[in-house]
Design a protein around this ligand. Structure first.
Ligand code: GDP
Ligand code: ZN
Length: 368
């Protein structure tokens, strides 16, 4: 592997030279699994762990390596392993607030920022032009993208499902002032070639957007094959168990790189300004009519959501997206960081409650 192809440039080369690490080599983090890392180097991929000294001088989670980071390695190529001795300064990064279980033993339950993707050139803000289209949400994502330091590019996907794309482009143009806006259909392949303009050799991108917006479909199209879920590698976790890990820094044939980490997906779910309740308001409203209060709307008798689905009053695609998002949230809930999770759940519940209170207020006033 050629370093430039992985995104190496003067910005990193100068830092590396300043550290002047005798006999050490640079590498870029391709995946992280708790305290284990996969790192791309000129000589291929190495499995790595952080040096004790690096952990000791790390005050914040953000001082530790994340996917996309350039790191300094003490390599043992014959073993296929390495020790990460330093993290080079980032050009840009996405983070989320989190209390982490793995990695830092002594965070004492305090909230900290966890970097979920580093050194990104372009953020593609993906929004579907279907029922989930929401201008406020696009605004929110724009703000997150700005914070990261990576240039935002708006991608309006599912053009095949939209009759008035021109109106949408105009609307989005008013909130995404001066940002490039591209209309595509990941399904038909229309407009996909614009990604090539940004993903030139060594350039790294992330895709940000709600669940169901089409991010995986786009990445798979860029890969030209279903590689996203097949790049699995076998790894040992901290307790010596076998686990499956995916490379989250993906090298494209065209020369660019895409970062797709679970953390990026979490930003998509939790930073969503309005939460599950309002995104799928018609489903939440239907659910009031279900026979069982804890109905999951999958196979229960007397389920009002399934009834609406059978009658065609509820769109099948909307229902599928709802189930998908719920599954992702459930997946998050199985994570170990219970404190952060509980906080997130509380926020979510509050948002949903506020939403219904507001609806009720407007209904009483006869405004809806
Ligand atoms: P993600 O959650 O953002 O990764 O979204 P996915 O890539 O999984 O896509 C969600 C759903 O939208 C899937 O059923 C896709 O097949 C569908 N989809 C993605 N792009 C398009 C598109 O351009 N047009 C249409 N009609 N459907 C699309
Ligand atoms: Zn139900």
């Amino acid at each position: 592997m050629e370093l430039q192809q992985l995104g190496w440039n003067d910005f990193f080369a100068e830092q590396f030279a300043d550290i002047n690490p005798d006999g050490r080599i640079p590498g870029r983090v391709a995946y992280q699994h708790r305290t284990h890392y996969g790192v791309y180097t000129e000589g291929g991929e190495l499995r790595a762990q952080t040096a004790g000294a690096l952990r000791h001088r790390s005050v914040w989670m953000a001082d530790l390596p994340a996917v996309g980071d350039w790191v300094v390695l003490l390599a043992r190529p014959d073993e296929g392993t390495a020790t990460i001795t330093a993290v080079l300064q980032r050009r840009s990064s996405f983070s989320r607030k989190a209390v982490l279980s793995g990695g830092m033993p002594d965070t004492g339950g305090k909230t900290d920022e966890q970097v979920v993707a580093a050194n990104i050139d372009t953020t593609f803000l993906v929004s579907g032009l279907d029922a989930d289209y929401n201008l406020r949400r696009i605004e929110r994502y724009l703000a997150i993208a700005y914070d990261s330091g990576a240039s935002p590019v708006v991608i309006l996907n599912k053009a095949d499902l939209c009759d008035d794309a021109d109106t949408r482009i105009e609307e989005v143009g008013q909130v995404a002032f001066g940002m490039p806006i591209h209309l595509i259909s990941a399904l038909t392949g229309d407009g996909l070639d614009i990604f090539g303009e940004y993903l030139t050799k060594g350039k790294t991108a992330v895709l940000l957007g709600s669940s169901g917006a089409g991010k995986s479909t786009i990445i798979n199209a860029l890969l030209g094959r279903e590689q996203l879920r097949t790049g699995a590698v076998r790894e040992f976790d901290g307790r010596g168990r076998h686990t499956t890990t995916h490379r989250e820094l993906i090298l494209l044939d065209g020369g660019g790189l895409v970062i797709d980490t679970p953390g990026m997906r979490e930003i998509a779910i939790w930073e969503d300004d309005e939460g599950l309740g309002s995104t799928f308001s018609e489903i939440e409203q239907l659910a009031v009519g279900c026979r069982f209060r804890d109905c999951t709307h999958v196979n229960e008798p007397g389920c009002a959501v399934l009834a609406a689905l059978a009658e065609g009053a509820l769109d099948q695609g909307r229902y599928q997206n709802y189930l998908r998002l719920r599954k992702e949230i459930a997946h998050l809930r199985t994570r170990k960081d219970t404190k952060a999770r509980r906080q997130l759940e509380r926020n979510m519940d509050k948002k949903i409650r506020n939403y219904f209170q507001e609806r009720e207020r407007l209904r009483k006033k006869g405004l809806i």
